[in-house]
Design a protein around this ligand. Structure first.
Ligand code: CP
Ligand code: NVA
Length: 306
């Protein structure tokens, strides 16, 4: 039976922790020039309905380093963009490739793709979830702190990153506090399901309004853009609504402990984060970006490896 990687909710804590350990091992081997062609001869189709730098490059380089091949398919260039159905796209690609990675809009689209594909489907970001990013984030936290026993404060929009982090925290047993403005909170159904999942690990999940409440005792302060891809027309309005949710020195210092800064990138200086935090030595965003490669190799091995 194929397994898809659509959200972290569908995977057990043991499976996810084991993928993180694989990612760390693959990274160390990679640094020592050791390569393993674990996916020799395998093909990954990568469908992009939104732009990408990190996701596109890390999946393509990851497949190359594992001995396989990745095909970049912009939705503008394939028949999906001209109205061919998701179902037919899934059935066609399944005859050619061993896995499909997709960055799309509604999460229902990836679910439909996965339902109709005979090969594993990996989520490269939907409007609701970005689980590969959280795998890289967790790997980065583990490398820096040597434990999963941390508190993450997520400041800003209750978007795909915040929602993925709710499941990430629940599954890895991390405490999380999400501070968002009114009407920009995470989907209550996702919160409920993450709280349920957290019972297995004892993770504490908290939602609040005031960023200064969220960051108390936080080991990590995490943020994301105020206007996600597809929300460009709301940019100016969101600048006003999120003005009190900027991660700056004052907020970083309000944790009462040594706290690291994380961001999935791309980042916008002077909006969700100030340059003095972003460029300081407490910012681990470049390790985080690099780990997309290693964490996704572990995910691909898990779902596409033989
Ligand atoms: N963080 C992330 O997914 O980056 P890209 O949009 O560049 O892929
Ligand atoms: N929330 C952002 C994440 C980008 C990686 C977006 O969806 O645009």
């Amino acid at each position: 039976m194929k397994r898809d990687f659509l959200t972290l909710k569908d995977w057990s804590t043991d499976e996810l922790k084991s993928m993180i350990q694989t990612a760390i091992r693959l990274k160390a081997e990679n640094k020592n020039g050791i390569t393993h062609h674990h996916l020799a001869g395998k093909k990954l189709a990568m469908i992009f309905e939104k732009p990408s730098t990190r996701t596109r490059v890390s999946f393509e380089v990851g497949m190359y380093e594992l001995g396989g091949h990745a095909l970049y398919l912009s939705s503008d260039d394939i028949q999906l963009g001209r109205g061919e159905t998701v179902k037919d796209t899934a059935r066609t690609l399944s005859r050619f490739v061993d896995g499909i990675m997709i960055r799309t809009k509604g999460h229902d689209i990836i679910e439909e793709l996965a339902e109709n594909a005979d090969v594993p489907v990996i989520n490269g970001l939907t409007d609701d979830f970005h689980p590969c990013q959280v795998m890289a984030d967790v790997q980065t936290i583990y490398e820096h702190m040597n434990t999963f026993d941390v508190k993450v404060a997520y400041i800003g929009d209750g978007n795909n990153m915040a929602q993925s982090w709710l499941y990430g925290a629940a599954k890895f047993g991390m405490d999380i506090s999400v501070a968002s403005p009114e009407n920009y909170e995470c989907d209550p159904a996702v919160v409920k399901s993450a709280v349920e999942a957290a019972k297995q690990t004892g993770a504490k999940i908290e939602l609040c309004r005031d960023p200064f409440d969220a960051v108390k005792n936080a080991d990590i302060i995490y943020t994301d853009v105020w206007a996600s891809m597809g929300q460009e027309s709301e940019k100016e309005e969101r600048k006003k609504i999120f003005a009190g949710y900027q991660v700056n020195k004052k907020l970083m210092e309000a944790t009462g402990r040594k706290t690291l800064f994380m961001h999935c990138l791309p980042a916008y200086m002077g909006l969700e984060v100030t340059e003095d935090v972003y460029e300081s030595d407490i910012s681990i965003v470049w390790d985080e970006a690099e780990n997309r490669l290693h964490a996704q190799k572990a995910v691909m091995l898990k779902v596409m490896g033989s």
